[in-house]
Design a protein around this ligand. Sequence first.
Ligand code: F6P
Length: 327
Amino acid sequence: MKEIKRIAIFTSGGDAPGMNAAVSAVTRSALASDIEIFGIYHGYQGMIDNDFKKLSFDDVSDIIQDGGTILKTARCMDFMTSEGRLTAYKNLQKNKIDGVIVIGGDGSFKGATVFSQEFDIPFIGIPGTIDNDISGTDYTIGYDTALNTVVDAIDKIKDTANSHGRLFFIEAMGNEAGLLTLESGIASGAEVILIPEILNQEDELDNFIKKRIKNKDSSGIVVVAEGDEMGGAVKIANKVQKDYPHIEARVSILGYIQRGGNPSGKDRLEATRMGVAAFKCLLAGKRNIMIGLKKHDIVEVPFSNTAKAFRPINSELIEIQKILNSY
Ligand code: F6P
């Protein structure tokens, strides 16, 4: 095993609150062990463009509370080509990097897996995405903050829904996963929750409208996952408006506010735990694994087991939303 003297860290894919806390934890751990650490800016693209900068204690002090990522991020097409990866490898060599820590989603780990099959350099991953859709870990950095943002937004929209008697269709992010929608819907008392993991929910929506919206007051909240099979909130709201002209349907697409803002205490804490664990793994000679959380404990998961496998959604939560919305 090659001795680790100098490492690099980067963030990749969609930004998520708590990424800075992880960057800070890894950097401080490295400096505490007299290991040099470089930030690679703009994700894999920065690796290709040789956008490396040595990190100091000052670079990461007082960033734990900040959303976004000080290292910037990107979704990089060039890294999908073998030429791009070769250039990236040459830049890692040029900067004498002995090991790399990547913070991102399953796409970022897929990139790292291919890279590590082609070149001999250890990679350790830290899961960071508001979608919480990575296999092998119960938690991804950013999820808790996004959950609270969505719940807060729904609470506010409810004021208008109730005051005007309107039925709101609120679209939450999550890519192909419905966890953020399901948990925020339950936590905000939404009447209907539409997620990709549950098929054929048209009847559920229809039953709610027929049973509960009889008079002029059509107030209610339907939370829709962006990846839902019925289409997004706009499509569903248009259909409902057509089928039930007496209803005042409105749409609110929450969009990128879900990715921003100061990380919650949980996100800061878990990001810090994962950052320290990732650095320890690299130093111990481990490679091609993601740090994850299982039942609140840190676990090490081979990259090959992290693919977004449409992680099954907690059946208890599905039952809860059925019970609460069945009257
Ligand atoms: O993965 C995080 C996420 O915000 C998803 O929920 C969403 O589908 C996607 O990223 C949006 O990606 P982009 O930032 O490329 O628009």
